[in-house]
Design a protein. Structure first.
Length: 255
């Protein structure tokens, strides 16, 4: 099983790298370091905006942003719960008192609002830099109260092995790494049976990729097959038809 899974992951990465070379706006010399610099510059630009600073104050100070106070994120409910509040509330009951993980949070983590979880972990390569910038410029960090790992999510974290029994949230993240399939493999290793997976991403950029993005595959079924082979039972799939780029997401439960 492990050798078959390794072969599947390797073939998907090879396919995505071939697409990268032929993308109109891309070159085969793109590096992880260049991608992270691109991400950091875009992140600082956003954090410097009045829009973000208003959002940061709301996340930090508004009690309604906590699920213990009835927080209902409409986008999350639409993408992962079929727009059904009933399913969202069932999810909230599931994660209460459990361990949750977000991968690729960037400027702030959705887990800040999941205050009924027992433990909350975040994997974000820029977490330390983002936190330092926010403390210097805002007087606080939106990562306060969360345990962060400031490294690439493709790097395996032994402390998280079979640790997460609540949920893993990974949205708009994995196409920022050339080793995206290993991020998914690590997610499988971190999830205990019953853990919920909330995953969504652009999978192919029709106008080519820039310095911070990579193509995954042109085939949504390949993503579905990989997630299933990683031990998840897919309950719902989601595609944002308003986006030009090919995208795919799912709500799944670890077997």
């Amino acid at each position: 099983m492990r050798s078959q899974l390794k072969s599947l992951i390797s073939s998907l990465i090879a396919s995505s790298q071939a697409d990268e070379v032929t993308s109109k706006n891309d070159t085969p010399t793109k590096t992880w370091e260049a991608s992270q610099q691109y991400e950091w510059e875009a992140t600082v630009k956003f954090m410097s905006s009045s829009e973000f600073q208003e959002l940061a104050l709301r996340i930090r100070n508004d009690p309604s942003q906590k699920i213990s106070n009835g927080y209902s994120p409409k986008l999350t409910i639409t993408e992962f719960f079929g727009g059904l509040d009933l399913e969202w509330h069932a999810f909230i009951r599931h994660i209460s008192g459990k361990t949750c993980l977000e991968i690729g949070s960037c400027t702030s983590s959705i887990l800040s609002g999941w205050d009924t979880a027992a433990e909350r972990f975040v994997i974000e390569p820029l977490a330390d830099k983002v936190s330092a910038w926010q403390c210097e410029n805002l007087g606080f960090s939106l990562y306060e109260g969360l345990t962060t790992y400031s490294l690439g999510a493709d790097q395996y974290i032994e402390a998280l092995e079979r640790k997460v029994d609540g949920a893993i949230f990974c949205r708009n993240c994995i196409d920022h790494s050339p080793d995206w399939a290993f991020i998914l493999s690590n997610i499988s290793s971190y999830a205990l049976p019953g853990c919920r997976l909330l995953l969504w991403n652009d999978i192919f950029h029709l106008d080519g990729t820039d310095s911070g993005h990579y193509d995954l595959t042109k085939d949504p079924y390949a993503m579905k097959r990989l997630i299933s082979r990683l031990g998840f039972d897919i309950k719902r799939e989601y595609n944002d038809s308003s986006r030009r780029d090919l995208n795919w997401g799912c709500f799944a439960i670890k077997n």
